[in-house]
Ligand binder design. Structure first.
Ligand code: FAD
Length: 391
C-alpha cells in the first residue's frame, strides 16, 4: 500500500457500515473513506417491509445521518457521489456527483465494494400505468411509496417472494386491500415446499389478502385515478397503486468494467478477495465462494472476517446454517435454505398450528428447513443439527 492512501469502501448500506465499524474496532488511525450514491443515512433495510403497519416514517427508520456516522467512524463519507470507474493499476477511482457535474479522482490503498443489489428489471408489461408502479429497495423508495399511499386504499403487489409476502403482511395490517400476483403456484414458492406455502397463503387470505397464483400481469393501465391490471389467466384487477417485489440482482457493473471476475455476483474467495488482490467485496453484491445470499447474517460474518484481513490478520469467512425469520407476523415463518443445487427431499409434518418441513439427503442429513406457526419453536434445535453452507 502506498503510504497514506486510504482504505476506501464503496457503499454505505449494512455491508459498508458493518465493515467500517468492525475495521475501526481494530484500527483507529488508517484513513477511511466511504462513498455512496445516496445520502448515507444509516438504517436497517429489513425494516422497510415491516414498518407501514407501525406508521413508521423514513425519518424514524433512520438511525444516524452520514455526518454522525463519519464522526463515529472517524471516516470521510462522500455522499451523493457515484463511483463510475476503477483503475486497478494506479489504484484510482473516478467519482461523479450524483445528478452530474465535474468528475474527480481518488487514490486508494485497499478498495472494498459494498455496492449492494438492485431490483431486477421488470418483465414486459403493456399499458400506461407504470408511473403508479413502485419498487422499494432504499429509504428513498420507501418515502416515495408512503407518500403515494396517502388517501389510497387498494394495492396490487407483483411478486409473492420474501419481500412481497412481507409487504402483503404489512399492508394488510396497515388497513390496505391487497391483491397479490405471482407466476408460481403458492407464496414463497422458491423457498417453501407446498404445505408450508399454502399454510402462509391461508393466513394471509384470512387477513384479507387476495392471492392470484400461477399468473402474471400483462397489462397495467390507468383507470380513472387508479389502475387496472390484466392477468394472463383472463382476470382483471383494480387497484390505486402497484408495488413490484420481483427479486434482486447484484450490482456488478462497476466491478465488471474494472475487469474483475463476475458471475451472478462479484466473485470473491473466502477471504472476500476479488480477482484483484487489492480489491474486496461483501454484502448483496458479492458471490462468496459460490454463495450469493441477500441476507444480513452472512454480511455480518463477512464484515468480521474482512476487517481482520484489512488490518493484517488474513481471515476466512465461514457460513454455517443461516435461518432467516420471514417478517410475516400473521404467520411467523423461518426459512433455512439448503445450499444451491443440494439434492434431497422434503419431509413434512403439517398440523393446524404450523408446518415443520425438513430437507434431508439420502443419508438423512438435514440440509435445510422451513417452519411456520408454532413449529418455529424448533428453530434452534434444527439450526444446530443443520449442515453448514460452507464446509
Ligand atoms: P445496499 O443496502 O443495497 O447498499 C448498497 C450501497 O452501495 C448504497 O449505499 C449505494 O448508494 C451504494 N452504491 C452502489 N453502487 C454505487 C456506486 N457506483 N457509487 C457509489 N455508491 C454506490 N435480510 C435479512 O437477513 N432479513 C430480512 O428480514 C430482510 N428483509 C429485507 C426486506 C427488504 C424490503 C429488502 C429490500 C431487503 C431485506 N433483506 C433482509 C436483505 C438485506 O436488507 C440486505 O441483504 C442488506 O441490506 C444488503 O446490504 P448492502 O450494504 O450489501 O447493500
Amino acid at each position: 500500500t502506498r503510504e497514506g492512501d486510504p482504505v476506501v469502501i464503496i457503499g454505505t448500506g449494512l455491508a459498508g457500515y458493518h465493515l467500517a465499524k468492525e475495521f475501526r474496532k481494530l484500527d483507529s488511525h488508517t484513513p477511511l473513506v466511504m462513498i455512496t450514491g445516496d445520502d448515507g443515512t444509516s438504517y436497517s433495510k429489513p425494516l422497510l417491509s415491516a414498518s407501514l403497519a407501525h406508521g413508521k416514517t423514513p425519518q424514524q427508520l433512520a438511525t444516524a445521518s452520514a455526518e454522525e456516522m463519519a464522526r463515529e467512524l472517524n471516516a470521510e463519507i462522500l455522499v451523493h457521489t457515484r463511483v463510475t470507474g476503477i483503475d486497478a493499476e494506479p489504484r484510482v477511482l473516478t467519482l461523479v456527483p450524483e445528478g452530474g457535474g465535474h468528475s474527480a479522482e481518488l487514490r486508494y490503498g485497499k478498495l472494498v465494494l459494498a455496492t449492494g443489489a438492485g431490483c431486477r428489471p421488470l418483465p414486459p408489461i403493456d399499458g400506461d400505468g407504470r408511473a403508479r408502479l413502485f419498487r422499494i429497495n432504499s429509504l428513498g423508495d420507501y418515502h416515495r411509496f408512503r407518500t403515494a399511499l396517502v388517501g389510497r386504499r387498494r394495492v396490487l403487489l407483483l411478486g409473492a417472494g420474501l419481500i412481497g409476502c412481507e409487504f402483503a403482511n404489512d399492508l394488510t395490517q396497515a388497513g390496505y386491500e391487497v391483491e397479490m400476483v405471482d407466476p408460481l403456484d403458492w407464496p414463497l414458492a422458491t423457498l417453501l415446499p407446498e404445505a408450508a406455502g399454502r399454510d402462509l397463503q391461508r393466513t394471509l387470505e384470512a387477513a384479507g389478502v387476495r392471492f392470484h397464483g400461477n399468473t402474471r400481469v400483462t397489462d397495467l393501465s390507468r383507470d380513472g385515478g387508479g389502475l387496472r391490471a390484466r392477468l394472463d389467466n383472463g382476470e382483471t384487477l383494480h387497484a390505486d397503486l402497484a408495488l413490484a417485489a420481483l427479486g434482486l440482482h447484484a450490482n456488478t457493473g462497476l466491478a465488471e468494467a474494472a475487469g474483475l471476475a463476475v458471475d451472478r455476483g462479484i466473485l470473491v474467495d473466502r477471504h472476500l478477495q476479488t480477482s484483484n488482490p487489492d480489491i474486496y467485496a461483501l454484502g448483496d453484491c458479492a458471490e462468496v465462494d459460490g454463495h450469493l445470499l441477500y441476507f444480513v447474517a452472512p454480511l455480518v460474518s463477512c464484515a468480521h472476517a474482512l476487517a481482520a484481513t484489512l488490518t493484517g490478520n488474513r481471515s476466512k469467512v465461514h457460513y454455517g446454517a443461516i435461518p432467516v425469520a420471514v417478517k410475516t407476523t400473521l404467520r411467523p415463518t423461518v426459512v433455512c435454505p439448503p445450499r444451491r443445487g443440494a439434492e434431497g427431499d422434503w419431509q413434512i409434518d403439517a398440523g393446524e398450528d404450523g408446518v415443520r418441513a425438513e430437507f434431508r439427503d439420502a443419508g438423512n442429513r438435514l440440509l435445510g428447513f422451513v417452519l411456520t406457526g408454532s413449529a418455529i419453536a424448533a428453530r434452534d434445535v434444527l439450526t444446530a443439527e443443520c449442515a453448514p453452507l460452507m464446509d
